[in-house]
Write a protein that binds this ligand. Structure first.
Ligand SMILES: C[S@@+](CC[C@H](N)C(=O)[O-])C[C@H]1O[C@@H](n2cnc3c(N)ncnc32)[C@H](O)[C@@H]1O
Length: 280
């Protein structure tokens, strides 16, 4: 079993290196899957003029920009991300009332009691010690503040990711399955686990709203296949596999996606939790 330090180092190494490079390369496609969920989270967060907001794992800063617009010139937003390459892109937005910092949100020295809102769109599932990380975010919140984030539910509830992976798996090297407490994209799928993490970090009044949406993965099967290996587990598996394995995997993915091709593109279901909680 890996130690917390090993898991944290793996996550940091991934996001600072290949993770952020692939995220940037695939961002156009990724946006199609994350924007709707992010909009629901931003609406629930309801950032108001004059508020101070922290955007955790802000990536290229799109949600930071939306929050900055909501809090207006009297408000202030801080976007923090572990990946320098993504923060560099975020800083290009040159937002008047938002700043960006490179850092590990799990241990970043945020000013205590400084934020009205701690927000994240898919940026809080990668902490090796999530209770300690959320305790750090808890410290950063004003006593009357609020935590709002969106995260993926379980892989089986997210066929947009699982259908291609299942089809490809028999043709590719074995997939490393994360342990139930390991960080990763689906590590917050189990609501009971997230409830335990939030309670352990001192949060109260947790609420979990399921968000279910059809996601358009591409305009047709060929379009999806063109980009399917840009980001996610298939990107790594395709790199490790022999060309003939990749060829067979791509054929299998095409077959699996065909039933989901519609006039509005290849559509598969995606499922998230919209989570809110308060520090006291
Ligand atoms: C799935 S991406 C989401 C990015 C952004 N929130 C968005 O929706 O466009 C996850 C982000 O979390 C960041 N991240 C991962 N671990 C982190 C940590 N410990 N501290 C800060 N950021 C982290 C990654 O670098 C990445 O930008």
């Amino acid at each position: 079993m890996k130690t917390t330090e090993q898991l944290a180092a793996e996550q940091a190494e991934f996001w600072k290196g290949p993770g952020s490079r692939m995220w940037l390369a695939a961002y156009g496609r990724i946006q199609r899957t994350v924007t709707g969920f992010g909009e629901a989270a931003l609406a629930a967060a309801d950032a108001r003029p004059g508020e101070t907001v922290l955007d955790v794992g802000c990536g290229t800063g799109d949600t930071t920009a939306a929050l900055a617009a909501a809090v207006g010139e009297r408000g202030q937003v801080l976007g923090v991300d572990i990946a320098e390459g993504l923060i560099a892109v975020a800083r290009e937005k040159k937002l008047a009332n938002a700043g960006f910092e490179v850092g590990d949100a799990a241990r970043f020295a945020f000013e205590a009691g400084a934020f009205d809102l701690v927000f994240s769109r898919f940026g809080v599932m990668f902490f090796a010690d999530p209770v300690a990380a959320f305790a750090n975010l808890h410290r950063a919140l004003k006593p009357a503040g609020r935590l709002v984030f969106v995260c993926w539910r379980t892989p089986s509830e997210n066929p947009w990711a699982l259908v291609p992976l299942r089809a490809a798996a028999p043709h590719l090297p074995p997939i490393e399955r994360p342990g139930p407490e390991d960080p990763g994209q689906y590590s917050f799928g189990d609501r009971a686990r997230v409830e335990r993490i939030l309670a352990g970090a001192g949060f109260v009044r947790p609420s979990f709203q399921p968000l279910d949406r059809m996601l358009a993965l591409g305009k047709d099967v060929a379009d999806v296949l063109d980009r399917i290996s840009e980001f996610g587990p298939l990107a790594r598996l395709f790199k490790e596999a022999a060309p003939e394995q990749v060829g067979k995997a791509r054929e299998a993915i095409a077959e699996a996606l065909k039933p989901h091709a519609t006039a509005d593109g290849v559509q598969l279901a995606g499922a998230c939790w919209l989570v809110t909680a308060t520090p006291s």
